[in-house]
Design a protein around this ligand. Sequence first.
Ligand SMILES: CC(C)(COP(=O)(O)OP(=O)(O)OC[C@H]1O[C@@H](n2cnc3c(N)ncnc32)[C@H](O)[C@@H]1OP(=O)(O)O)[C@@H](O)C(=O)NCCC(=O)NCCS
Length: 181
Amino acid sequence: MEARTVDFSRTTITELMIPSFANFSGKVHGGILLGMMDKVAYVCAAKHSGAYCVTVSVDGVEFKEPVEVGELVSLSASVNYVGNSSMIIGIRVESLKPKTGQKKHTNSCYFTMVAKNEDGTLMQVPKLIFQNNEDIRRFWDAKNLKKMRNDITVMLNTEVKDMSFDAMLQSIEGDRFELGF
Ligand SMILES: CC(C)(COP(=O)(O)OP(=O)(O)OC[C@H]1O[C@@H](n2cnc3c(N)ncnc32)[C@H](O)[C@@H]1OP(=O)(O)O)[C@@H](O)C(=O)NCCC(=O)NCCS
C-alpha cells in the first residue's frame, strides 16, 4: 500500500452561516458546527485511506467564541496520525466576517476515524509521509492523545468501576449536590 503525504488529503470546507443554523439571538448552534467538523473529517480520512470511513471518537471540542449568522466558517482538516485502521484528523475552525475581514479562531479539535472494507471489516490505512517537522510534531501529539485516552478508559474500567458508593460520596464531598434518598 502506497504511503501518502499530509498534503494529499488536506481538506478545507467553507460554509456561509444562514439563519436556520442559529438560535433566536443569531448565534450558530454548536451541533451545526459539529456536523460540519464530522463532514470535513470524513472527507480528509476518505481521501487518505481511499475507503469508506466512520467516526469513532471526538476529542477537544470547545466553542471558544460564538459564531454568528452571516459569517463564513472554514474548517481545515489534515491527517495528524495513522495507526493500523485508525486516523486522527486535526481540524481547525475559523470564522470570517466578510464585511470587515475580521477573522477568529473558534476551535481546534481531533476526530478519530477508522477505515472499513466493503464487508464492514477494518482496513489497514496507508502510512504517512512526513514532509516537515510540523508533520512530525502533530503525529507525536496525536499518538500521545491516543495513549492518554486509552489510559483514561483503563482507569474508568478498573479503579472507578470497583469503587464503593460511600467512597464516591466521600470524594465528591463539598460539591453542589444533596442526597434525596
Ligand atoms: C470503531 C470500531 C471499529 C472499533 O471496533 P473494535 O472491535 O473495538 O476494534 P479495535 O479495538 O481493533 O479498534 C480499531 C481501531 O479503532 C481504534 N479505536 C477503538 N475505539 C476507539 C476509541 N474509543 N477512540 C479512538 N480510537 C478507537 C483503535 O485504537 C484501533 O485503531 P488502530 O486500528 O489504528 O490500531 C467499532 O466500535 C465501530 O465500528 N463503531 C461504530 C463506528 C460508527 O459506525 N460510527 C458512526 C457513528 S453513527
